[in-house]
Design a binder for this molecule. Sequence first.
Ligand code: GEK
Length: 249
Amino acid sequence: MLEIKIRSAQDDIYARPWPHVHGFTFDEKVVQVFPDMIERSVPGYNNIIPLIGLIAARYAQADSQIYDLGSSLGAATLAMRHAVGDVPGVGITAVDNSPAMIAKAQEILGQDRAVVPVELVEGDVREVAIENASVVVLNFTLQFLSTAVRDTLIQRIYDGLRPGGVLILSEKVIFPDPDQNDRFIALHHDFKRANGYSDLEIAQKRTSLENVLIPETIPDHQQRAFDAGFATCEVWFQAFNFVSLLAQK
Ligand code: GEK
C-alpha cells in the first residue's frame, strides 16, 4: 500500500498562554502546521488516509467522479489519486472553503505526478454540486458544519451517488454512555500528551474547538445515513472517540 506523507513545521499554536482563545479557524497559521497538527491530534489519521485509498480502489467506478469534501491539503485526495489509476475515466473533485488550504493544496498536488485528473475547488461543501459520484469522502469535515445542515448535505451526497457508490465519513464522536465518553476523552488526551502536546496546549485547543467542532454519536450518524437512503452504514475504523463509517448506496 502506497503511503504519501505531507510534511510540515511543528504545531506550537497553543504552546504559549493566549489571553483570549478564539474559535478555531483554518487560517494561514494553521495551514503551515496542519499535517503535524492532525497527525498528533487525531488518533488513527495516519492509518485512515491510506485505507481511504484502498476503499476508493474497490468502489471507484469507470467514468465517475470521486469527491473529497473538506480536503484540506489533499491527503485523502492524494491517497485516492494513486489508488484509482487503473479505473478508466475517473476524476477527483477536492473541495475546501479555506483559501489558505486550497493555495497550499495546489502547490502539493502540483508536485504530484499521478495521472488521475484532480479539480481543486475553493468553495463550501454545502453548495458544491455532487454528480455522477462513485466515492464521496468526508474525512473529519462534517463535524465542522452546524447540525442543522448535516441532513441536507448527506441527502445531497446520496442523491449524487451512483448505485453501489459509497460515502466514507470520518468523525470525532461522543458516546451515549457518559462513562465511556469520559474514558475515551481521557485516552484521546493521553494520545495528545504522548505526542508531545502539553496540558496547556490540550486545554487551549479544546476551548478553541468549543462550538466549532460539534460531535454526534455513531447511531446519530448511522440514522442520518439510513434516513437519506443508504443501504448500509458500518464502522470500519475506530480509535477511541475517532471513527470512520462506510455507507453504501
Ligand atoms: C484530510 N479531510 O486531511 N466547506 C468546505 N470546507 C470546509 C467547510 C465547509 N463548509 N467547513 C470546514 N471545511 C482532511 C482533513 S480538516 C479536519 C479535514 C480537522 C474544511 C476546513 O477548511 C478544513 O480544511 C477541513 O474542512 C477540516 O483528510 O482539521 O480536524
